[in-house]
Every structure is written in structure tokens, then in C-alpha cells.
Design a binder for this molecule. Structure first.
Ligand code: DGL
Length: 270
């Protein structure tokens, strides 16, 4: 009989972005068993309707609850922006839902003052979640937002550290909306994969915040406060699912989790 603390942690995103969060969680909590779902069949989430993203999120949550997860981490800003409340209601007492926006807002709102840029998918920026939540938590912050929809397909295609990525990143960051910022929130879990390039653009003059480490810390606190930390031996291997198998995803997942990684295809609607 597996105790609540020994149950796995479910994590999902549209693709490889959530692996940045999963990896930070594994670093912080090596005894926890992870079940990761990359919804590659529906990638990108950023330009889908709210109803579509909510439907995908519910289907994935069903799978993760069925696998006995104690916590479900929405490792995607787009789904966190539009499906968090719904998932909380849906899971009720069956699992705790943690999203990537709350930990980021908590961290950035604790900054004294300044101009904060936020980049994310069309869905995240259209939801206004960072502007509203940061503005409420710290009214002295000036929030500047920009949707940067080319970044997710670019990253999924492995266009990182090349001429194309440099041009796209330059064009977006030079946008009027992001001028004279002191901080930049990476409001998409794919973006930590280009953090170095973003940092190079700013020559270290802008503080860049990504949600992977901050979400892992938030999860760790939640588990500790609720006696849900798995302190025993490691509970078997992590599991990785995708809704559409691709060799690219497998390569990226192995980059983060090693060559022994098991990747299975799981169709959400079959
Ligand atoms: N990585 C996700 C996010 O944080 C999803 C991006 C996408 O699929 O468009 O928003």
C-alpha cells in the first residue's frame, strides 16, 4: 500500500517546456517520482482557444489522477492562465493543483519597485493574468507585456543559439513595449531554454525570472507543510508520456533526464 507521501507528482505542458520545471523539481526533490505528460498532439497551446486548452488540461488531469498523483503541476503558463480554477474544482480533494503563475507572482511582487516586462504566449498575454496579479500584489510595479508567439515553435524545432533564434529574440525584445525594463518575466516554460540568449541580449542589465526553480521551491514548501514529502527510498522510475510520439521530444527529455528515460505515447482521445 503506497502512502500519500509516496504517491507520484504529475506534471504537464504542451511539449518540452514543462521539462524545465520537471527538471528543477527533480533537482530539488530527488526522492519524488514524476509522471510527465507532454501534449505534443495539441502543441502549441498558446494560440488555441480557452475552451480547447481547458479540455486538454482536464483530459491530462484525468490520466494523472488515474495514476495516483498527489499533486498536479500545471507546468505551462498558458494552461495556468486559463485552466487553473477549473482544474482545482475538477480535482477537488483528489489532488492538489499547483500552477506556474502563482510562484512567479509571489516572487516578483516581493521586488521593491521597477518596470517589469512579461513575455509569453498569445493565450497567456491575452488572459492579462500577470498584469492583474502583479499589479494587485505590488501596485508600485509597472508591468509591460508582449506576446512572443514565434518562440515556442522555434524552441520546439531546436532553433536555439543560431542566427534565426538571435534575430527573432532581438526583434521581440527590441519592441517598444519592453523598453527600459528592470526585470523580465519568462511567462512561458519553454523560454528558460533560451534564457542565455535573452541574457546576452540584455548584457546582464535586466534581471530575468524563469518559473522552473521558483515553482520547484513552491512545490517543496507545499509538500513539507502538508507532510507529503517522500522521504523514503526513491519510488521507482519516472514516467514520460506524450500524446504524439516524436523523436525530438524524446531527445529533449533525455537531455534533461538521461538515456534510461522511458517515453510512451498516450492518445488523449482514444
Ligand atoms: N510552455 C507553455 C507555456 O508556458 C506552452 C506554450 C505553447 O504550447 O504555446 O505557456
Amino acid at each position: 500500500m503506497v502512502s500519500a507521501a509516496q504517491a507520484p507528482i504529475g506534471i504537464f505542458d504542451s511539449g518540452i517546456g514543462g521539462l524545465t520545471v520537471a527538471h528543477a523539481i527533480k533537482q530539488a526533490l530527488p526522492h519524488e517520482r514524476l509522471i510527465y505528460f507532454g501534449d505534443t498532439a495539441h502543441l502549441p497551446y498558446g494560440d488555441k482557444s480557452v475552451a480547447a486548452v481547458q479540455a486538454y488540461a482536464i483530459k491530462i488531469t484525468d490520466l494523472l489522477i488515474g495514476r495516483g498523483c498527489k499533486v498536479i503541476v500545471i507546468a505551462c503558463n498558458t494552461a495556468s492562465s486559463v485552466a487553473n480554477e477549473l482544474l482545482k474544482e475538477y480535482t477537488a480533494s483528489r489532488a492538489k493543483v499547483i500552477n506556474v503563475v502563482d510562484p512567479m507572482v509571489e516572487k516578483v511582487a516581493s521586488l521593491a519597485a521597477g518596470r517589469v516586462g512579461v513575455i509569453g504566449t498569445k493565450g497567456t498575454i491575452a488572459s492579462g493574468i500577470y498584469r492583474q496579479r502583479l499589479g494587485r500584489a505590488n501596485p508600485s510595479l509597472q508591468i509591460r507585456e508582449l506576446a512572443t508567439p514565434l518562440l515556442v515553435p522555434m524552441i520546439e524545432e531546436g532553433f536555439i543559439h543560431n542566427r534565426v533564434s538571435a534575430d527573432i529574440i532581438d526583434l521581440y525584445l527590441a519592441n517598444e513595449a519592453l523598453q527600459a525594463i528592470d526585470h523580465l518575466v519568462l511567462g512561458c516554460t519553454h523560454y528558460p531554454l533560451i534564457k542565455e540568449e535573452i541574457n546576452n541580449y540584455y548584457r546582464g542589465q535586466v534581471v530575468i525570472h524563469d518559473s522552473s526553480v521558483v515553482t520547484a521551491g513552491y512545490l517543496q514548501r507545499y509538500l513539507a507543510q502538508n507532510n507529503l514529502l517522500n522521504e523514503g527510498p526513491e519510488q521507482g522510475t519516472d514516467h514520460f508520456y506524450v500524446s504524439d510520439f516524436t523523436a525530438d521530444f524524446e531527445r529533449s527529455a533525455r537531455h534533461f533526464f538521461g538515456d534510461t528515460l522511458r517515453l510512451e505515447e498516450y492518445k488523449l482521445w482514444e
